[in-house]
Ligand binder design. Sequence first.
Ligand code: SF4
Length: 400
Amino acid sequence: MTATALNIPFERIADPAVRAVAEKVANGHRLSQADGVALFASPDLTGVGLLADAVNRAKNGDLVTFASNQHINPTNICTLRTTCVFCGYARLPKEEGAYRYTLDQVLAEAKSGNDGMTKEFHIVGGLDMQAGLEYYTTMFRALKRELPHVHIKALTAVEIAHIARIEKLGWSEVLSALREAGLDTLPGGGAETFSAAVREEIARKKLGAADYVGVHRAAHQLGIRSNCTMLYGHVESYADRMEHLQMLRDLQDDTGGFLAYIPLAYHPDDNELGKKLGRQGIATSGVDDLKNLAVGRLFLDNFQHVKSHWIMVTPSISQVALHYGVNDLEGTVVREKIYHAVGARTQQRMTLPELLALIRGAGKVPAERDSFYQVIRRFDDPAQDPVVTAPRTLPLAVGA
Ligand code: SF4
């Protein structure tokens, strides 16, 4: 990717607190957690964005990448159904709407999506007692047999630990068996917010922070790369966010195994937490979405890629985020279920022409990448872009 020299427009940063952080960045000093809190607390959104944009441009130039990916959620049955109060996706085994795909259903869904364009499956689901190691190794072998060119990014750290527990195996044994069956990388979901107090309130039985980090460390030590996330916009404080980012930065210092950081916006509809907070219908603000992306870019100085998830924050905010430190957008997706179960009103897929238009609209250069963030093809010439040949089935904006 084409990078440029760090060029911070100090004269356009209004808040002295943000300028002080910018001085540290310019001098090559790492940001402290207190610096991150100051950035979150600053009213100077533009200043924070300009700083994050300068850092991103120095790393990635004007290039914005995306993957031709497809989400598959094989089971929504989950043992933590009643204790992850922010989740609207999970069901108990006999509850209405519970499902677990058979292998044939997984293969049918895998083949049905995206006109053969899919290059990556993103496979996550619930902690289902009937979906152990064999369920997933059989699935991955079959997917690799039928669609050998497709990368398998599957199973969060929480799911890996769940399989290890029900199979009475270690994390590394599970990871090795899954890799042997076809697993290529791990997604970053399940981190939520690491703070023990926050977890007690929103996900009291979920895998703790040290174990989330431990599973990713075990994966990295086996040579399996992964992504990482943070769920924001619920009950956490700015200090909680920075404690979380510190743990991610520390692991990246140790292993270098993370590919990308992806902040995830909490959606308050159709879950217990949203009712308790009186937030139903009130998602995170665009300002906070942009701040989370920008602070992630600035604090995680050992990450090359920061990704915006347009399903959660809307395509419009993701487009603006390309000027707030973001260099990667969630890709084509095809059929997203988890965030739509908690009120996401965005479309469930995006076509290639739509993604290209979104990126070009921000004045950036689109490029399709593989799952290791290597560029497959650049779209330097807008005149060569594929055109939209069919109307969208769902509108782009929130509120559809
Ligand atoms: S967030 Fe994950 S672990 Fe928690 S209930 Fe939902 S599917 Fe289960």
